[in-house]
Every structure is written in structure tokens, then in C-alpha cells.
Design a protein around this ligand. Structure first.
Ligand code: NIG
Ligand code: FE
Length: 407
């Protein structure tokens, strides 16, 4: 047993509801607190001095200076396994070029596919681990990672295998997702329907056999896959035993409805979601995931997070870190900016990047500093937890703990 502290403040996020709006008065803040760890889990939180007396056998791990502690963050949507770079896409978009012009001059998702296919396993693994370390340094210890830049059996498996290899080399929890349905690759001979069928018959059986992912994602959008064929695909993947998540309503509304209908764990993006679909989502257990990094990368509007919360939805916030639409990768900056634009309370933002996003990944017992929950937490050298979002990502973490161990 180990007692870590004292912390000026510990924000436990205990007792906050899974869905709907939250006020900051609901936050449980322990002052001069300690975190008692047993076997990688939180055994207890409370007054540091009182815990010290109560658990005399506990080894004491003293903190230096004034620090606050929060549950570690969960990034439930990333595409951080990729080759190449799309800085030119960003520059061209900002110079007024259209999607088509960018694609024609060698940009877009297809360019990342070519770079990822050409990358060696070693290169792919190295850059993936660098990005994972960047996220850990931000206090993120659970990271979802999608395939989707391979788009054929060989390269989708290559990506997923590198994610599995990365898991052997990091203390963070990686959650792989198969996004072979990101786009029909240009070199596939056949229509969308045939490509989706190829995923079902050729890619997913191997993914299952080699235990590379338990989740499947699809990009439903005019430029990618259409609603009906996507629904059919999702129902089939469900029959194969996969959990489902959807890139929904990014530019065109309608697909979040499909996500709810097929019982997806989450519907992500939702920048274009219309009022009636907000209600539909809010009445379901499908997590609505805002991806402010994509809005910032593309210069597009934000997900209507305020409306979703007011309607009672389960709102998560994730980075969507990818080489094209969301190259920043700083979830804390993005969530703080979303809060300012959408008027989200601190409790709503913190819930959105911890236990609510963990729920989107089907993970229980993480994202709160609660008895029996995974002891992943992050500390900042400050005396007030509000400073974390206030500085919009520029307040650096002091320490990151995974299973109660400082890493
Ligand atoms: O989540 N929307 C589709 N997919 C990614 C973008 C991927 C890319 O541009 O490479 C997204 O924004
Ligand atoms: Fe995405």
C-alpha cells in the first residue's frame, strides 16, 4: 500500500452522472488530500494527514510543492498511426483551395494511405510511440487508435499489428479500432458495396483471428460511404461480434441516426447534427463525441456540445488527432477552446475527457479517482484545478501516474 500526497486539491469526479449537464458545484474537491493506492487501484482518497494516521503501514510518496490531482484523461478517438505529413493540405485549404483541388494535387486521405503503405513497420511503430508519449505527457493514459490508412488486407493488418506492438512498449492503455471503411481506396476494383464486403470477408476475419481489434468504425459521408450501405455493413460487423463506432454527421446530417439505430458505442464528429437528431442521440446510450481538433484544423463549426448536454446526451470530447483534419493532438487545448465557444462547465469538460470517454470505449472503472478504480491520474503544479483549462493546454503536467506508479 502506498499513500501519495499531499495535494492542495484532488478533484475526484466521483458522483457525477454519466449523461447530461453538470454544474461545477457538483465537483468533489478534497483539499490537502492524499491518494491511497493498493494493487494499481485507488483504495481511498481523503485528507492526507488522516489517511497517514489511519494507514500507518502505507509507504508515503511525498509530492513536491503545491500540486493538484485529476483523474488521467482518456482520448477516445485518434488516428495516430500514420506515415507522412499533410502540412500542404492545411496551407492549401487556408489559401482557399477546395477539397477536390487538394485531392488532385496529391493531398487528402489517399495521400496518407500511400505514405502509410510505404512506411516500414519500424518507422510506423517509432512515430506511433512518439505520438503516444506526447499524449502521455499531456496526462492522457488511455488512447483509442484507428487503422484506416492501409485500406487493404496487408496494410490494415500492418497498422493494427503496430498498434499491438506499441501496446507492448507503453504503460498507457491502447484501444485499437479497425477503420478499414475510411474510404474506398483508389486502387480497389469495384464499388463501395464491394469494398465493404471485402472488409467483412477478407479483413475482419483476420482482425478477429489475430485479436487485433474489437471495434469497427466507418466514415459515413457523401465523400466516403453512403447511409444505407453503411448501415448494412455495421449490422454485419455487429453479427461478427465487433463493437461499433461511427464517424457521423461531420459535414452532412443523418448518420448519427444510423449510429443510434445500430447501437453504436459512440457517434463522433456531429458538427452538422440537426435538432431532431440531437434529441434522438440524447435518448440513447450512444456517446456523442465532439472532436474540436477537427473543427480547428478545418476552420469549421464546432459540435453543438451545449445542446447535446442540455438534451441529456452522454458527451465525450476527443482529439481526432490525424495528419489531415486534426494535426494538433492537444486534447486539453481543444477541450478548453470548445468550452469557451460552447459554454461548457469545467465539470462537463472534465467528465468529457475522463469517465464519459472511457464509457465510449466500453471501459469501466477508469476516469474517476474513486475507490476500486484504476489509479491513473495526473498532477499539475498549481494550487487551483481551474488553472488547467484556464491556461488552455499551456499549463504542463507535473506527473503522470499509471496504476499508481509515476511514469
Ligand atoms: O476524423 N473524417 C474522416 N476522417 C478523419 C480525417 C482523416 C484524414 O483527413 O486523414 C477525421 O477527421
Ligand atoms: Fe476521425
Amino acid at each position: 500500500m502506498k499513500l501519495i500526497g499531499p495535494f492542495k486539491q484532488i478533484v475526484t469526479l466521483s458522483n457525477l452522472s454519466l449523461r447530461g449537464k453538470l454544474s461545477d458545484e457538483q465537483l468533489e474537491i478534497i483539499t490537502d488530500g492524499g491518494i491511497l493506492i493498493n494493487d494499481g487501484k485507488v483504495q481511498k482518497t481523503g485528507d492526507f494527514e488522516a489517511l497517514k494516521i489511519e494507514y500507518q503501514d502505507a509507504e508515503i510518496e511525498s509530492t513536491e510543492g503545491e500540486q493538484i490531482a485529476l483523474p488521467a484523461f482518456v482520448d477516445s478517438h485518434t488516428h495516430i498511426c500514420f506515415g507522412g505529413n499533410r502540412a500542404n493540405d492545411f496551407a492549401m485549404r487556408n489559401a482557399g483551395k477546395t477539397y477536390l483541388e487538394i485531392a488532385e494535387s496529391g493531398g487528402g486521405i489517399w495521400s496518407s494511405v500511400q505514405h502509410t503503405r510505404n512506411a516500414s513497420e519500424e518507422e510506423l511503430l517509432k512515430t506511433l510511440l512518439e505520438r503516444i508519449d506526447f499524449l502521455i505527457a499531456l496526462g492522457i493514459t488511455t488512447i483509442e487508435i484507428k487503422s484506416g490508412y492501409g485500406l487493404d488486407v496487408e496494410n490494415e493488418l500492418k497498422m493494427l499489428k503496430m498498434i499491438k506492438k506499441a501496446q507492448e512498449k507503453t504503460e498507457a492503455t491502447l484501444v485499437p479500432t479497425c477503420l478499414s471503411a475510411h474510404l474506398k481506396p483508389r486502387d480497389f476494383e469495384g464499388n463501395n458495396q464491394e469494398y465493404l464486403n471485402y472488409i467483412i470477408t477478407k479483413i475482419l476475419p483476420k482482425v478477429k483471428e489475430e485479436n487485433l481489434a474489437k471495434r469497427v468504425d466507418i466514415f459515413i459521408e457523401k465523400s466516403a460511404f453512403q447511409p444505407e450501405e453503411s448501415k448494412d455493413f455495421l449490422l454485419k460487423t455487429k453479427e461478427l461480434g465487433f463493437e461499433i463506432t461511427v464517424h457521423a454527421d461531420q459535414f452532412t446530417p443523418g448518420s448519427s441516426r444510423i449510429a443510434v439505430e445500430v447501437g453504436a458505442r459512440s457517434a463522433d464528429h456531429l458538427e452538422a447534427t440537426v435538432e431532431e437528431d440531437i434529441k434522438f442521440l440524447a435518448q440513447s446510450d450512444t456517446v456523442a463525441t465532439a472532436l474540436p481538433g477537427a473543427s480547428l484544423g478545418l476552420g469549421e463549426k464546432f459540435t453543438p456540445a451545449r445542446k447535446l448536454l442540455d438534451a441529456g446526451a452522454i458527451l465525450a470530447i476527443a482529439s481526432d488527432w490525424n495528419p489531415g483534419s486534426a494535426p494538433m493532438g492537444n486534447l486539453i487545448t481543444q477541450a478548453s477552446i470548445l468550452a469557451a465557444y460552447e459554454k461548457l462547465t469545467t465539470a462537463e469538460v472534465l467528465a468529457g475527457i475522463t469517465f464519459r470517454s472511457a464509457f465510449a470505449l466500453g471501459l469501466e472503472g477508469r476516469g474517476r479517482l474513486e475507490n476500486g478504480w484504476k489509479a491513473d491520474f495526473v498532477t499539475f503544479k498549481t494550487n487551483n484545478f481551474q488553472n488547467v483549462l484556464y491556461h488552455q493546454g499551456s499549463l504542463k503536467t507535473e506527473n503522470v501516474y499509471i496504476n499508481g506508479d509515476r511514469i
